[in-house]
Design a protein around this ligand. Sequence first.
Ligand code: AMP
Ligand code: MG
Length: 418
Amino acid sequence: MAEPLTCSAGKSGPTLSVDAARLRAVAVAAPVAQTEVLPLDMACGRVLAAPVAAASALPPFDNSAMDGYALRLSDLAGAGPWELPVSQRIAAGDRSARSLAPGTAARIFTGAPIPEGADAVVMQENVTRRGDRIVLSAPSRPGQNIRRRGEDLALGAQALAAGVALTPPRLALLAGSGVPQVAVRRRVRVAILSTGNELAEPGHPLAPSQIYNSNRVMLRATLARLPWAETTDLGILPDDPQAIRAAIRAAAQGNDVVISSGGVSAGEADHILDALRAEAAELDVLKVAIRPGKPLTVGRLGGSLYFGLPGNPYAAAITFAQIARPALRKVAGLTEAPDAWLPAVAGFTYHRTTGRREYVPVTWARRDALGRPVLERLGQGASASLFPIACAMGIAVIPPDLSVIHPGQPLQVEVLGE
Ligand code: AMP
Ligand code: MG
């Protein structure tokens, strides 16, 4: 359940830690209720709406884990070596295996059904073949090289819990246990918009005082990587309260989440807050102790979740990743949180102002004796800078209270993907 929010828009509230702000954003988010049934082929990355039970035992029958010979251990009495005649041949997919005649072995291949009566498979490498007989000198133990029916997953056992994302291995598990389709939550509908009279799209000439829109493609591309989201791009809106108001009202009606960039600080030309207030949104202006990042607006607008990200691109990227994305994951129905940071050490010196958790673009070319990346800092921390983040291999997390970082200082780094 989303917590009711008091309208704190524009009021000065306490500064929240990044973790507290994230919790607040997640608390406002509610999972989409609708589900759809998809074949496995269409379901990669989607979020399971209900637990799934195995429709077939995995594996469905006792089978051989090796190419070799199936035998009865009771036939290996006394001291070896032992010699057994080969009474049948069983390949994967064979349906005609007979029960194993006492005192004989069956030639068997990986994945083939274990004949009734056999209780071990000896690897072919451990056997000498003499015509239609085998000789073995090492004893076997019961069940050796036999994959038992249901040992991976019993018939009817839970294969996956609700709220997990369907990764390729999880899809393989479902297929292996006979599940052809899954109920997943429908995709989260996200509308994005950029605000600013100064913005132009690349490909168009820049008028004096204009800049190119970086946030639009950044947010679009970020969302395009989330298989459980679909994006509507509302383009650039001018700094005009009426235009913004009409656009966000329409966006909130057809979407689960609306994300804007720019226009959320207290500057005169920052109309997002006015427009949201006029639309009677329940808002929280979060003063987050984060760098880069400005006040971040989180709230509910009609039935949808609203994120007003800062306009500066690096700040927009960081606040999206740290605060909006966890809330979006909850809307998607995900119950697992990724935990993809690595322990690292600083390879740089940095004197800084304390009080805010800082996200620093970093790269590394070597690791220390413990295997930790030795980080080099990129850029000077400017929230408008794009070049450092574009070159970064990861984002180092600087704790709020550290006033100086020396080489060797342990730090966490969040590794950026491709
Ligand atoms: P604002 O939050 O609207 O005050 O914008 C803060 C800074 O970010 C200003 O310098 C804007 O020009 C810049 N900015 C806003 N939106 C974008 C955008 N979509 N792409 C690049 N820069 C932007
Ligand atoms: Mg602006």
